[in-house]
Design a protein. Sequence first.
Length: 183
Amino acid sequence: MPTWYESIALLVCAILLAVIAFAKKRGNDKYQFHWSVLSIFFLYLSIDEAAQIHELFNVFLFSFSSYRIFHFPWVIIGIPIVIIFIITYMKFLINLPKNIRFLFILAGIFFVGGSLGMELVGGWYEFANGKENLIYAMISTIEESLEMIGTAFFVYALTYISLYFKEEVVFSFQERDFDLIKT
């Protein structure tokens, strides 16, 4: 259930980011590309959460799994990606409104703290004690909870950013008449 929820929540983030990217493109915003890349990245995260693509890296990086903290070796790829993301998006973050920047950073701390931080802790604990015990279940629950809290903060930040649009974004659905074909 948490995986399904998280996958849908990340998809909502991707959609909201795409709407913002579209509005920023229409407004010729200098960070329109950043919004678009974030949208694609969150779409990937949504798919990954459901399909567990990142787990495939464990097969390729199996030799590192003998190190306690890298028992789940996909984190070896995840850590540099987070660092590159932080460096690449620093100027983008600085140029966000102060309250939105705070929510973005808070969301990132919770999400990355859960997905990478607790995965490192969980890997270390599982390596030493296995995963069929209460403590590992608690670590796993904390990991998923932090990810969900981070995503919830991010959804809130993305809906709140609509206050800063210079132009209005409106969705409209028109009713269409369809003829029924009798057979």
